[in-house]
Design a binder for this molecule. Structure first.
Ligand code: AHG
Ligand code: MN
Ligand code: MN
Length: 337
């Protein structure tokens, strides 16, 4: 029986009902996914509230501690991480929680004990911008763990683990939840007056081209030659530059308006800066699902990379297909010279 209701612009649809409707449309669905997503939704509402009240509650600024990447943690990084763990920790179908902020993953239960999924997250992306009220966000992906084996970290790194959903929440001038479960990208906006994410746009589609690049150009002396020659070309073509410095905010603009986001490898960071599992792959899935492209500098599809380390880094080039193709043309030409 088809339970789906025809969509019209007048229907009010919460994130929760949207996910439930998706599950009902798939015979045999277990409801696992809505169970996980409701915890993510609760966590991000709580984090968004903390972010907005940070100055009032005096939780801005750095901690003395560094995170697992040798970066200074903000107080809010730790708060956001704790909120996610407390919201997701009790969901019986989650085996492992993996956070950018923690060296070791939290193993909640083995595969035999029902831990069928891993949730990977960057609790607060762009956190060094928080003192100046710039948009920050939470990035996550949900991975289905292989049936064989014990679960745990090995399962997360297994080539048989598959990302079944990705998303982010941008705590900006409005709070936006972008979600893909592999069937396009849907956009929800938090209606603070009712405390619910409501569907704002189905099937977000990126423009095929847009003359905007987003890169930290101050590092240009440390860029590979191909990146510099791409930028020279973009300057002569009259491109515009937009760089916020919070990946969530930069990718959100790129998803809606088109353009290209580039965080290349640099001479001082030959692997790149962004983290494959918490930042690059979830964003790559969203971008591809919105009709765009997400690759490394060598043109390899980010979603095809198999991590060998949870905290692995990668170069990231993502955005409108036409723009990413143009970038790769320069990088590859440079390669063959
Ligand atoms: P995080 O706050 O989670 O450590 O991530 C910061 C990342 C990302 O949000 C952004 O794209 C990038 O760092 C900016 O780096 P630069 O300051 O080197 O441009
Ligand atoms: Mn981040
Ligand atoms: Mn972070």
């Amino acid at each position: 029986m088809d339970h789906s209701t025809p969509w019209t612009d007048d229907n009010l649809m919460s994130l929760q009902s949207h996910v439930l409707a998706g599950e009902r449309a798939h015979p045999g669905a277990t409801g696992d996914f809505s169970w996980i997503l409701s915890a993510i939704s609760l966590a991000t509402k709580t984090i968004g509230n903390k972010v907005r009240r940070a100055r009032i509650e005096d939780v801005l600024g750095e901690l003395a501690a560094e995170n697992t990447h040798g970066e200074r943690q903000q107080k809010l990084d730790v708060i956001a991480n704790d909120v996610i763990k407390s919201c997701l920790g009790s969901r019986a179908n989650i085996g492992v929680l993996v956070s950018e902020e923690e060296e070791e993953p939290t193993v909640l239960r083995t595969r035999d004990a029902g831990g069928r999924y891993a949730v990977l997250f960057d609790p607060l992306d762009g956190s060094s911008n928080i003192d100046v009220s710039v948009g920050v966000g939470t990035i996550f992906s949900v991975m289905r763990l292989p049936d064989e084996g014990k679960g745990g970290v090995d399962a997360v790194l297994s080539p048989n683990a598959t990302i079944v959903a990705s998303g982010y929440v941008l705590y900006g001038s409005s709070t936006v939840f972008m979600l893909t479960t592999g069937d396009g990208v849907d956009m929800f906006v938090l209606d603070h007056s009712i405390g619910s994410y409501v569907l704002a746009k189905r099937s977000v589609n990126m423009p095929h081209t847009r003359a905007i690049y987003s890169i930290n150009e101050a590092y240009s002396k440390r860029f590979p030659k191909g990146v510099t020659s791409y930028l020279d070309w973009a300057h002569t073509e009259g491109y515009s530059s937009r760089y916020i410095g919070s990946m969530v905010a930069d990718v959100h603009r790129t998803l809606l308006k088109g353009g290209i986001f580039i965080y290349p490898a640099t001479s001082d960071r030959p692997q790149g800066k962004l983290r494959l599992l918490y930042e690059a792959q979830p964003m790559a899935m969203l971008v591809e699902q919105a009709g765009g492209r997400a690759v490394t500098e060598t043109g390899q599809r980010i979603l095809d990379l198999d991590p060998t380390d949870l905290h692995e880094r990668t170069s990231v080039i993502l955005g409108s297909t036409g723009e990413v193709d143009q970038f790769l043309r320069h990088v590859q030409t440079d390669h063959h010279q």
